[in-house]
Design a protein around this ligand. Structure first.
Ligand code: SF4
Length: 399
């Protein structure tokens, strides 16, 4: 079984296809990094330098640190870095990094509230003590104060400030806490400290033994789920814009290819032509359907007003059918559970219930049953390719 990491598990949760491309097929994409990730790594490098210098009793000045940051930026910048937000230039991002460093420096100077124990410290955790569920990670800065309090520091350069509740449910730092507890038996307490650099805010959370144990169990479950997955479907989200596999992802490959075409070339592209024609007809169909809906209402009203069941037309007559029927609560509607219980108790259930083939087919996408049982059920089905078209609205400028 491979060694897992928080980001590997998160990748599966975000999009199983991305997970497959990255971790199973180990494809090296052309785009390796977005500008946001590059900025994050440059800022991390700087803060690492700041604390590394401190170990040698040197407090680097803010000017020196910013000069180091800019030097690293110049040295490592390359044109393959992905710029998703087209309204901003690399220079904007470079300046953002400068401001994060400046505000962190001013807030924490002279950096003596805790003693640094490790920088970019690698940790390994055997989640089940059987070597099967191994996890590794890197702590941005591990620090210690008053002898027994350890702090796991994590620098965040993302553009959002998550509510504390979200952080209380975070997986990454608590997992690292499990490793720190094991590696530093003198640790009386462990604090998890997130530094949200764009906001100049630090958030500290402590976890109980019970919470860490629950997290360990949950993480083992997540890994088991990944290991037992046979299908890796794509899962689109806002994050696709930053996905390095977008140009080869079946959800986006054609979009990505056509994005770079000239307008004339784009309009002649066979796929574009097909979809444009389809949308044109669907729009007409929508108008026709709404007109039909309105006419149906008028014909019903006409038949009621005139007290007739057939309304005459030139080529066709319209026969109106009306019947009163009992309507019972649908699957998720109020009263459904009570109705089912009543029918079961009265022995009427088998007379009115039948197999829900749709539900069975949906359940078989990821059967919660033992493999043998799922295979036995599978034999009753036949594989059929289902094809549908869903239209996805393109983001307009400024969306
Ligand atoms: S572009 Fe989106 S759907 Fe495609 S692999 Fe990446 S995250 Fe998944």
């Amino acid at each position: 079984m491979p060694v897992y990491s928080h980001s590997r598990i998160s990748c599966f949760e975000q999009c199983p296809l991305k997970y497959k491309l990255k971790y199973i097929e180990k494809i090296r994409p052309e785009i390796e990094q977005s500008v946001e990730a590059f900025l994050g790594s440059m800022v991390h490098t700087c803060l690492e330098k700041l604390y590394r210098d401190l170990r040698f009793q040197k407090i680097i000045t803010l000017e020196e640190l910013l000069a180091f940051y800019n030097e690293q930026w110049e040295k490592n910048w390359n044109t393959a870095i992905l710029m998703v937000r087209k309204d901003y230039a690399p220079e904007n991002f470079r300046k953002m990094g400068e401001s994060y460093i400046r505000s962190y420096y001013k807030k924490h100077h002279p950096f003596d509230s805790s003693r640094t124990v490790g920088l970019e410290q690698r940790i390994n955790i055997d989640l089940n003590d059987d070597g099967k569920f191994r996890l590794r990670g890197v702590i941005d800065r591990l620090a210690c104060r008053d002898g027994g309090t350890y702090e796991i520091h994590d620098y965040k350069t993302g553009s959002s400030l998550p509510p504390k509740k979200y952080l209380e449910e975070d997986r990454q730092l608590p997992l690292y806490a499990i490793a720190v507890k094991r590696d530093y038996p003198n640790a009386e307490s462990i604090k998890l400290v997130w530094h949200f650099l764009p906001f100049g805010q630090d958030v500290t959370v402590e976890k109980t033994e019970e919470e860490l144990e629950n997290l360990r169990i949950k993480t083992v479950e997540s890994i088991r789920k990944i290991e037992s997955s046979r299908k890796f479907p794509s899962r689109t989200s806002k994050l696709c814009d930053w996905c390095e596999f977008r140009p080869m992802c079946p959800e986006w490959a054609h979009v990505a290819k056509t994005e770079t075409m000239s307008l004339a070339g784009f309009m002649k592209e066979p796929g574009v032509k097909l979809v444009n024609r389809y949308v044109e007809l669907m729009e007409k169909k929508g108008e026709v359907e709404s007109e039909i809906g309105k006419l149906k209402g008028l014909i019903f009203q006409f038949s009621k007003d005139k007290g007739v069941n057939v309304v005459a037309g030139s080529g066709h007559d319209a026969k109106i059918w009306r019947a009163e029927k009992l309507k019972f609560p649908g699957r998720d509607e109020e009263g459904r559970r009570e109705l089912e219980e009543f029918l079961k108790k009265s022995g009427l259930w088998k007379d009115v219930s039948s197999l829900d083939a749709f539900l069975l087919s949906k359940t078989m996408e990821n059967p919660p049953w033992p493999e043998e049982l799922a295979k036995a059920v599978e034999k009753f089905g036949r594989k059929e390719m289902i094809e549908r078209i869903y239209l996805r609205k393109k983001d307009g400028p400024g969306d």
